[in-house]
Design a protein around this ligand. Sequence first.
Ligand code: EPS
Length: 340
Amino acid sequence: MLRYLTAGESHGEYLTGILEGFPAGVKVPRAYIAAQLGRRRRAPGRGARQALETDVFEITSGMDGETTTGAPVTVLLRNRGRAAPGFSAVPRPGHADLAGMLKYGTMNASLVRERASARETAARVALGSFALKLNELLGVTINSRVVGLGRLPSIDAASAAAELLRARRAGDTLGGVFEVTAEGLPAGLGDFTQHDRRLGARLAAAMLGVNGVKGFEIGGGFALAALGGMEAAGSPELSGGLDGGMTNGRRLTLRCAVKPVPGLPGGAPSADLRTGRKALAISRTSDTSAVFAAAVVAEHAAALTLAAALLEKFGGDSLAEIKPRVDEWRRKTGKLLKNL
Ligand code: EPS
């Protein structure tokens, strides 16, 4: 079973990630992990904190040089923006602050925001880069792209940059929509025989686990609801690569809606929970939009879920054991799929 955990606070000493159940014999160059972390960190829409963080990391277990050994992999990312959590009894609306304060019985919103912060996603990307590499070596190509920003239903680099600049100047933030796709997935990953084995459900959990994601769809998604069965049957790609909770050999397409960053640079009306007096919740959040970074995080989160599903289907403790099984399965199922 492939599983992973992260730990660490946004402005704490380290972010830590542990990946367990990952096969031996997978070469994951340090430069590859660094490149993935860079994609997340340098995504458009980011604020001043990203100029400070370099996401320098260390791998302290589970690798022989640049190749995995099968033992748990530990990644440590040292934060450059380190600081004691401080104290604030004023929750920022739209963030985890209020619910987290109630839940953990604290008057200090800083204790909540330190862990709820999307800084944690750096650790997820570091671990996800192992999964992305495994997918790649098994012939599965995973990609992500932002398809909508704020009110712009489609974007290119120039229009996105202009919209981000406009929002930043106006003291506003933006949401957006991103897409994650996977090509080359063998058919039959996931399972229809139990609700929690459905790959769509597992991918939904991974996507909705990405900070700020509020909407999720597979293939035709919400638009499918308006189609007749006859119409839908003519476009099998609307299934988004999944039927009955299993991959069907087609391209996997997932879409997610990301909310605008709720912390506004100008502050938001709130209250001091100790006194009950009205107060302005000042946000240190300096990102104009999280959607570009979230797309990269989601790509890695999807890679982890797909790697888990591949390992469940094909088993094996090393890449040398797994790869021939995947190739053989592709040959066998490919012949049948060709007839359709
Ligand atoms: C975040 C707030 C900002 C972001 C941070 C996530 O940090 P700060 O409070 O220091 O301005 O930059 O994201 C990261 C540091 C990162 O590496 O993604 C938040 O509140 O979620």
